[in-house]
Design a protein around this ligand. Sequence first.
Ligand code: NAD
Length: 298
Amino acid sequence: MTHIAFIGLGNMGGPMAVNLVQSGHRVTVFDLSVPAMDSLKREGASVADSALSAVKDADIVVTMLPAAQHVERLYLGNDGIIRGAKPGTLFIDSSTIDADTAKRVGADAYACNMHFIDAPVSGGTAGAKAGTLTFIMGGSPHAVAQATPVLQCMGRNLFHAGDLGAGQIAKICNNMLLAVLMAGTSEALTMATKNGIDPKVMSDIMLQSSGCNWTLEKYNPCPDVMENVPSSNQYEGGFMVKLMNKDLNLAMNTAADSVSTTPMATAAQSLYRMLESQGHGEKDFSSVYTLFNKHTNT
Ligand code: NAD
């Protein structure tokens, strides 16, 4: 039986680790949050008292952390998990971070006779719970093949984007588009409402028209149009505004490095920054709707 260590049990990592347990794998977890570990313990995972003790006997290590600085700190250095694992361990980092950090961590893993892929995800917390995430991988074909059976326990669509770091570039491009789509959908729904059209009716119309997009299908930003989405739960849970801002910063840096022009994403970034500066950084990113519709509570 493959022994998997899972580190980072937040909104995404928690349900992903549950799916690994439910697939019959031996799973050892670690998070800085004790309640997050307790909840995995109830699902049948073993709980470690540190990241190093979680990885020491593992065949595969999956990490799901907020940002690049957390990944760097956890993996690198003499007390990092690369040096604490047994030779040949495969590391899968599913956090969304910049491609250069992914390449640096991957190079260090290979220098220590380990394997590494970057495998950020798309699909949100609902996809994490349902085991239907999309994994976007960067790394060697050998490491990707080794990771595939484990990732299939947590996701439905697996893509190999290219070498180390390519998964992160593809993920950042996707999230840049998502930021624009969520803001544009909020803008259209608000204008419809102000002109007397029920937002549910307007959503149904756009779902069958050329404005249809993922936010309307899975993540409507207007409260009470859809059940079980953050907008119908005071914008709690889901994908935090501060994480979207992190991803938009990654997108802007990537755009600058590659001399790409991104006027739509630049406009969207101003909106998500405004939300965070107004104290809504911990709310779900669909709360961008409240900037257009000031009568909606966050
Ligand atoms: P989160 O903040 O809910 O969870 C992060 C978890 O990592 C927390 O439980 C935290 O305690 C833990 N952690 C931080 N440092 C740690 C360390 N050194 N050791 C152990 N645990 C540590 O974030 P999330 O929403 O789960 O997102 C995780 C990553 O996935 C981010 O990079 C995000 O951009 C990406 N992502 C999120 C979503 C989403 O819908 N939430 C979707 C796709 C991708």
